[in-house]
Design a protein around this ligand. Structure first.
Ligand SMILES: [Zn+2]
Length: 75
């Protein structure tokens, strides 16, 4: 899927985040640091914060967004 197609399909911030999260963790979020499944989302950032170790996990790292200069539609 191309990036423009992606943005067209997932036009809102919430939709972008949901789509990215499902791409990275098709079976549900798992913290890459401690394996915990609980998280919260930080406002205005494409980042999830683990509820156990409190580390932040980027939604865009390792996805097509990481190599582009296009921002997510945030704010
Ligand atoms: Zn963790």
């Amino acid at each position: 899927m191309s990036l423009p197609t992606f943005l067209e399909r997932y036009g809102t911030e919430a939709q972008c985040r949901d789509a990215l999260r499902q791409m990275r963790w098709p079976g549900g979020f798992r913290c890459p640091h401690c394996g915990h499944a609980g998280y919260c989302q930080l406002r205005g950032h494409p980042v999830l914060q683990c509820n156990r170790c409190k580390r932040q996990v980027s939604l865009t790292a390792g996805t097509l967004f990481a190599r582009t200069h296009l921002p997510l539609r945030i704010g």
